[in-house]
Design a protein around this ligand. Structure first.
Ligand code: URA
Length: 204
């Protein structure tokens, strides 16, 4: 049986993704950016898609957005990226960093879904509109979605802004991201059975 975080299943999934040609983004990539971190992690971040630096490095969030994410993770969760798992909605870089197209998201979706199934995180933090909309199956925007947690699989999902948006927007958005990460931290501490209070809007 293939259980959660089975190393064999996870490596098979990675190997499959590294050879993927399911959508046209594959033609323009330098590397598939599958994900990074601990496949047994209780906390998983999901971003949008690799940019230029990630495409070259083969690792998510290594550019300026990633530096902000690393800093907030350290300051609010006291952890570095080796203790969580970080993946994206699409695993190959969209040209000129444009938004991923619906067909590209649909083609890549099984990889993200399998990652979530195998890692089986207790808390998923989505970064920006694309990950939140995909995983919550909504068309609502991040401004209205964030500020609370949602039940997700057996655990919780906490939507927050994309760090690139926070870099462009400055203090207030960064402060809201911090509040979202504190929400995620409380949920991690509360364990899988966290009740309705965990879903309420806390400090914004
Ligand atoms: N933005 C994302 O959404 N993901 C990355 O990996 C890098 C930048």
């Amino acid at each position: 049986m293939v259980g959660p975080a089975s190393p064999v299943a996870f490596e098979a999934l990675r190997a499959d993704a590294l050879g993927c040609v399911r959508c046209p983004l594959s033609a323009g990539r330098t590397q598939v950016v599958f994900g990074v971190g601990d496949p047994h992690a209780a906390l998983m971040f999901v971003g949008e898609g690799p940019g230029r630096e990630e495409d070259l490095a083969g690792e998510p969030f290594v550019g300026r957005s990633g530096k902000l994410l690393d800093r907030l993770m350290q300051e609010e969760l006291s952890m570095d990226r080796s203790r969580c798992y970080i993946a994206n909605v699409v695993k190959c870089r969209p040209p000129e960093n444009r938004d991923p197209l619906p067909d590209e998201i649909a083609a890549c979706r099984p990889y993200l879904e399998s990652q979530i199934e195998l890692i089986d995180p207790r808390v998923v933090v989505t970064l920006g509109n694309f990950a939140a909309r995909l995983l919550l199956e909504t068309t609502d925007g991040i401004r209205s979605l964030r500020g609370r947690a949602y039940r997700f699989r057996g655990g919780h999902l906490v939507p927050t802004y994309h760090p690139a948006f926070a870099l462009r927007s400055g203090g207030q958005v960064v402060a809201e991201m911090r509040a979202d990460l504190i929400r995620a931290k409380r949920l991690l501490a509360a364990g899988p059975g966290a009740g309705p209070a965990a879903l309420e809007r806390g400090p914004r």
